[in-house]
Design a protein around this ligand. Structure first.
Ligand code: ADP
Ligand code: TZP
Ligand code: MG
Length: 262
């Protein structure tokens, strides 16, 4: 496995402009996480400008958390523009199994050739068309239950698929890896998964998507460990997490990442 610290160093050196079409819950959290990590966020979702901006930004992320038809048009047009410009784009299928509308939009976005799909186990199972116990934005399935579905989705879509949870799983359908960094407080703070999707987008700028995604997950999980060591609960965790993202060095990531080939 490649040195994850190198991917963090390149991301910070690039300080990429990341265009995010994300949900109302995540906008502020995600922008602060991207800034703390070393990237430059822009939250832009109007159909009139989304495609134009996606052509300017260095990466695009699309999140269906609070979707509605005009947003979905903007998502599809922005994704097409990112693909045409040769830029990476990352799909976050929030609660994709919850309703027929979400399932339909999820399938349409997968057909737009995302570079990476990042979701929790219940979301990846639903997107792959498998059985899931998931209903809302939180996972109710274990990551291991989604390994096969993730491999299948990766082969079918051509995307790198990242399933996050207690131990993250990343696959491109041929090679796979597990990332064991993280903290149990992370799923108790809203939008940390959404914000991670932005960090994955930032790491993919100019870097190979499978290894970049693995490095992004280790970086994020390690910052979670640092925050968990000092936080009194989910509130102070959120503040400590931003500080940890900003403070983590490439050297610390290289020495403390817990990545294994799977
Ligand atoms: N039980 C857990 N223990 C450690 N880390 C976790 C746990 N659950 C989630 N994480 C971490 O939280 C981050 C967000 O993932 P997740 O909670 O799966 O996303 P989402 O919010 O989209 O459901 C990831 O870095 C993941 O590794
Ligand atoms: C609670 C909620 N409802 C719609 S979007 C959203 C945020 C989900 O964030 P995350 O997937 O990072 O937990
Ligand atoms: Mg999520």
């Amino acid at each position: 496995m490649e040195d994850p610290g190198k991917f963090l160093a390149v991301m910070r050196q690039t300080a990429p402009l990341v265009h995010n079409i994300t949900n109302y819950v995540a906008m502020n959290v995600m922008a602060n996480v991207l800034l703390a990590a070393g990237a430059s966020p822009a939250m832009i979702h109007a159909r009139e400008e989304a495609a134009e901006f996606a052509g300017l930004a260095q990466a695009l992320t699309v999140n269906i958390g609070t979707l509605s038809p005009p947003w979905v048009q903007a998502m599809e047009e922005a994704a097409a523009a990112a693909v045409a410009a040769g830029r990476p784009w990352v799909l976050d299928p929030v609660a994709v199994g919850a309703t027929g509308y979400r399932r339909e939009v999820g399938a349409r976005l997968v057909a737009r050739a995302p570079t990476v799909i990042r979701g929790n186990a219940s979301e990846i199972l639903a997107l792959a068309g498998a059985q899931t116990a998931g209903k809302g934005a939180d996972a109710t399935d274990a990551v291991a239950m989604a390994h096969a579905a993730a491999r299948d989705l990766a082969r079918r879509s051509g995307a790198v698929v990242a399933v996050t949870g207690a131990v993250d799983f990343v696959t491109d359908g041929r090679q796979s890896a597990e990332v064991a960094n993280g903290h149990a407080m992370m799923p108790r703070v809203t939008a940390l998964g959404c914000a991670l999707t932005g960090v994955v987008g930032a790491f993919c700028v100019g870097q190979e998507p499978f290894a970049a995604t693995v490095a992004a997950l280790a970086f994020y999980g390690l910052a979670g460990e640092e925050a968990g060591a000092v936080a009194a609960g989910p509130g102070s965790f959120q503040v400590a997490f931003l500080d940890a993202l900003a403070a983590l060095t490439a050297e610390a990531l290289t020495s403390r990442a817990r990545i294994v080939c799977a």
